[in-house]
Design a binder for this molecule. Structure first.
Ligand code: AMP
Ligand code: MG
Length: 317
């Protein structure tokens, strides 16, 4: 029998909680070299092992698409690094485990295909290394449609609580709860419709978007609520919780393709909170093309009412 989405969400929430705690436990993370790619740390691998272990043990028929693989880990972290990751994972799951277990979990892709987990074990590794925001992200796709998402945001503050878990999806509602446990509270997108009060979010890393286009659009449309730059899918959580109205991510360069694990969880959570996610032409993001999203020139996330105004400004800009 296929496990229900509710069962999957419960398991993913527990795994993301454990993985987020693991990331914080690393304390002063070191960057491992990852040629021509994003930085990576021992915490990225540990977090991925914790999450994919849950998939492997509890939902072996589900597929997994995840950012990291063990090949690079063994090359750059070596035996000592692998042993350190096994110790971190053992602490996070409360059971001893070997480096062989950890390697097998990191590489678990599983599955038959209907339901897929899109996993970014540390989204915003650059933010994580700087001591800024990052997220542990798991999106659940059914036949290429994001139906649920979980975002562990260990350094993000909502209503006086630092360290939160966002989760939810279209038709489920979306929620925020303390990472350390506690009652989930429903979140809703902001009801602001005035341009002069509209708050905009973007990446910290200029290379992950086109800040000059964002700045020009903010001025032209008169979006006056401020422009805040935050790493990772924490931006999606902030829009879902009504803390900003717009997250604009124009494609950074012509040959860049957004990664499925950078958007699936956030898109589900914003939809569950009543917001809208499309590409810059107003077309829903296409999550059916594997690990990269084809056919778009960037991503627009809003509270809904402002979506048309921004799309129109992008069209004539
Ligand atoms: P953010 O923190 O929102 O800027 O997004 C972090 C994500 O940006 C990482 O997980 C990467 O997958 C992704 N990324 C890396 N290089 C680029 C790029 N050139 N353009 C857009 N996104 C990128
Ligand atoms: Mg990422």
């Amino acid at each position: 029998m296929v496990a229900s989405l509710t069962d999957v969400l419960a398991s993913v929430r527990a795994a993301v909680r454990a993985a987020s705690t693991l990331c914080l436990a690393v304390g002063d993370p070191e960057r491992l070299e990852k040629l021509e790619r994003e930085p990576v740390t021992l915490a990225d691998y540990g977090s991925q092992a914790v999450i994919l272990r849950a998939a492997a043990l509890e939902f072996p028929d589900d597929r997994v698409i995840a950012e990291e693989g063990s090949g690079h880990l063994l090359g750059s972290a070596g035996e000592d690094g692998a042993a350190a990751i096994a110790a971190l994972v053992g602490d996070a799951i409360g059971l001893p485990c070997s480096r062989h277990d950890v390697v097998a979990w990191i590489d678990h892709t599983g599955g038959l295909g209907g339901r897929t987990w899109a996993v970014d074990p540390i989204d915003g590794t650059k933010g994580f290394l700087r001591g800024d925001q990052f997220a542990v992200a798991v999106g659940i796709l059914e036949e290429g449609v994001p139906v649920a998402g979980v975002l562990g945001c260990p350094r993000f503050e909502v209503a006086g609580t630092t360290g939160v878990l966002f989760w939810g999806g279209p038709g489920l509602g979306s929620f925020v709860e303390p990472l350390t446990g506690g009652e989930p509270k429903p979140v809703f997108v902001s009801s602001v419709t005035r341009a002069d009060a509209t708050r905009v979010l973007g990446s910290v890393e200029a290379a992950h978007g086109d800040p000059s286009l964002v700045r020009e659009l903010i001025e032209r449309v008169g979006l006056g609520g401020g422009w805040v730059r935050i790493d990772s899918q924490v931006k999606y959580g902030a829009v879902a919780a009504g803390l900003a109205e717009v997250y604009l991510r124009p494609r950074s360069r012509h040959d860049w393709r957004e990664r499925v694990w950078d958007h699936a969880a956030g898109a589900a959570i914003v939809a569950g909170a009543g917001g809208t996610v499309t590409d810059l032409d107003g077309v829903p993001l296409d999550f059916t093309t594997g690990s990269v999203l084809e056919g778009n020139r960037g991503v627009l996330v809003t509270n809904g009412p402002l979506h048309g105004v921004i799309l129109e400004a992008l069209r004539v800009g």
